[in-house]
Ligand binder design. Structure first.
Ligand SMILES: Nc1ncnc2c1ncn2[C@@H]1O[C@H](COP(=O)(O)OP(=O)(O)O)[C@@H](O)[C@H]1O
Ligand SMILES: [Mg+2]
Length: 455
C-alpha cells in the first residue's frame, strides 16, 4: 500500500489540552516531539517507497524467470543438498502430468523409472565429493505412458559462501530423436535391401546377355572331351581285339601283323595325351561353371589370389563370343599377374565395361576394343577403350547414376556402370570415364590389390 507523504502536513500543530498550555517549555517539548514524529514518518515513507520499488523489481524478476523456465523445452529439476525437489519447470509438469505442489519436497530420483534410478542415484554423492557428473541418458516415468527419455546433465548449485546447496538437472527430451533415429535406421535398411535387389537384377540382366558367350566357352572344351572320348573308345576296341588274339594263342607273326594293323603302338602312345587332354577339358568346364557360379552368386566373397590376366580374358571372351559381329580385341598387358582381391567383383566390372563397348560397336564391321592391364604401384588399372561414338557431353555426368541408359527399352538397364562404380568404390578403388582424343570412349578401373607375382 502506498503512503501519502502529504499526510505529515495534517499532524496537529496546536497546543495540547491541559495545564501545560500556558507553559512555554512544555510547548517546546511538544514541538520537538511533533518534529521527531514527522521525521520518523518521513523515514517510514521513504523505506516504504524503497520496499515497494524492490518488491516491484522482485516481482518483475520472478515473472521473467518463470517465463524463461516456462519457455524451456528442456526439463529442469532443482534440488536441495538432500536431493529434495525445490523447483521444476513447466516442461517437466507437462511430461509427467503432475502438479508442481505434489513434486516439491519429494526425492528427485522418484521422478525416474526403476531402470534409471541407479544412474541418477549417485549424482549427489559425486557432487559432494567434488566430482563432475557425466551427462547421461535417463528415463522419466510417465503415468499411463512410455517413459520420456532425456539426455541429462547435472551441475552443482552453491550458496553465497560457495558451499554445495543442491543441484540443477537439465534434461533434453530425446524420445523424438530416438524415434527419428529408428526411422532413419529402418529407411537405411530398406535402402540397402533395395540396393541389394538392384545388384541382383543387374547381375541377372548381365548374365542373361552373357549366356550365349558362356555357352560358346563351354562348347569348346566339351567338344574336345567328346572327341577324345570317341578316340579312346576306338582305342579300347583295338586293344580288346589284340588282347583277345593274344589269349587265343595266335602265332607270333600273326600277332605282329595284327598289332601293326590295329596301330597298337600308336594307340598306347596316344592314350596318355588323350586322357590328359580330356582332363584339361573337364577342368576348363569346371572353371567356367565356377566363374559362372561366382558371377551369379550374391554372397559377399572373401579376397582370394588369382591370375587377373586370365580373369580379364575370360570376361572379354564371355562378352565377345555372344556378339553377332565380333569386334577386334587388342590386349596389352603381361601374360600372368597374380593378385589378391575380390575376384568376382573385378570380373563383373570388366564384363560390364566390355559389354558396353561391344554394345556401342554392335553392327559395326571395324569395331575395336583395346583392353590394357597395368600394375600401377599397388593398384591394378584395367582400361577398356573402344572406337565407338564416344560419350555425349550431356551424358558424362549421368553415366554412373542408377537407371541412366541411352539404350532402347529391353536392351539396357542403366545399372551396369552404377553397380560397377559402387563395387570399385567399396574395394577402395574407382572407375572413371573419358572420351579418347581420336574417338570412342575409355573407362579406367583402378583397384588396390596385393600383387603376389609381378609379371
Ligand atoms: N563405351 C561406351 N561408349 C559410349 N557410351 C557408353 C559407353 N559405356 C556406357 N555408355 C553410356 O552409359 C550408359 C549407361 O551404361 P550402363 O550403366 O552400363 O547401362 P546400360 O548399358 O544398361 O545402358 C549407356 O546407356 C551409354 O549411354
Ligand atoms: Mg551396360
Amino acid at each position: 500500500m502506498a503512503v501519502d507523504r502529504s499526510k505529515s502536513a495534517i499532524l496537529p500543530t496546536a497546543a495540547p489540552p491541559g495545564n501545560l498550555a500556558s507553559d512555554g517549555a512544555s510547548e517546546d517539548v511538544w514541538i520537538d516531539v511533533i518534529q521527531k514524529m514527522d521525521e520518523v514518518y518521513s523515514d517510514l515513507v521513504d523505506s516504504q517507497t524503497e520496499l515497494e520499488e524492490k518488491n516491484a523489481k522482485l516481482e518483475e524478476a520472478d515473472t521473467f524467470i518463470q517465463s524463461v523456465l516456462g519457455a524451456m523445452t528442456d526439463v529442469l529439476i532443482v534440488c536441495d543438498a538432500r536431493g529434495r525437489i525445490q523447483q521444476v519447470n513447466r516442461q517437466l509438469l507437462t511430461i509427467t502430468h503432475r502438479e508442481e505442489i505434489t513434486l516439491l519436497g519429494t526425492r528427485f530420483s522418484d521422478l525416474f523409472t526403476k531402470d534409471s534410478q541407479p544412474t541418477v542415484a549417485g549424482f549427489l554423492d559425486s557432487l559432494i565429493s567434488g566430482q563432475e557428473v557425466a551427462p547421461c541418458d535417463a528415463a522419466i516415468s510417465v503415468p499411463d505412458g512410455p517413459p520420456a527419455v532425456v539426455a541429462l546433465s547435472c551441475t552443482p548449485r552453491r550458496d553465497p559462501r560457495g558451499r554445495l546447496a543442491g543441484m540443477v538437472m537439465v534434461g533434453r527430451p530425446i524420445g523424438e530423436l530416438q524415434r527419428a533415429y529408428r526411422a532413419l535406421d529402418a529407411a537405411q535398411e530398406q535402402l540397402s535391401e533395395t540396393q541389394q535387389r538392384l545388384l541382383v537384377s543387374e547381375k541377372m540382366a548381365a548374365l542373361g546377355r552373357l549366356v550365349a558367350g558362356v555357352a560358346h566357352e563351354l562348347n569348346n572344351p566339351i567338344s574336345f572331351v567328346f572327341g577324345n572320348m570317341y578316340a579312346l573308345k576306338r582305342y579300347g576296341a583295338a586293344i580288346r581285339k589284340y588282347l583277345t588274339a593274344c589269349d587265343d594263342g595266335l602265332p607270333r607273326a600273326d600277332l605282329d601283323d595284327l598289332r601293326k594293323e590295329l596301330k597298337i603302338d600308336k594307340v598306347l602312345r596316344d592314350i596318355e595325351p588323350l586322357v590328359d587332354g580330356t582332363q584339361e577339358g573337364a577342368e576348363r568346364v569346371r572353371d567356367i561353371v565356377e566363374d559362372l557360379r561366382r558371377f551369379s552368386s550374391n554372397q559377399e566373397e572373401a579376397p582370394e589370389t588369382f591370375n587377373i590376366i586370365r580373369l580379364v580374358h575370360t570376361a572379354v571372351d564371355w562378352v565377345i563370343k555372344a556378339q553377332r559381329i565380333k569386334p577386334a580385341i587388342e590386349f596389352i598387358g603381361p601374360d600372368r599377374l597374380d593378385v589378391t582381391g575380390h575376384k568376382g567383383h573385378i570380373h563383373q566390372i570388366v564384363v560390364n565395361l566390355v559389354q558396353n563397348a561391344a554394345d556401342v560397336l554392335s553392327g559395326c564391321s571395324d569395331g575395336k576394343i583395346r583392353v590394357i592391364c597395368e600394375n600401377d604401384d599397388g593398384m591394378i588399372a584395367i582400361k577398356v577403350a573402344d572406337n565407338g561414338s564416344g560419350i555425349e557431353p550431356a551424358a558424362m555426368d549421368k553415366l554412373f547414376e542408377p537407371f541412366f541408359t541411352t539404350k532402347p527399352i529391353g536392351s539396357g538397364t542403366g545399372l551396369g556402370l552404377y553397380v560397377s562404380y559402387n563395387m570399385a568404390l567399396k574395394q577402395g578403388g574407382d572407375l572413371q570415364a573419358a572420351n579418347c582424343p581420336d574417338g570412342g570412349a575409355e573407362f579406367t578401373l583402378r583397384i588396390p590389390v596385393h600383387v603376389s607375382s609381378p609379371q
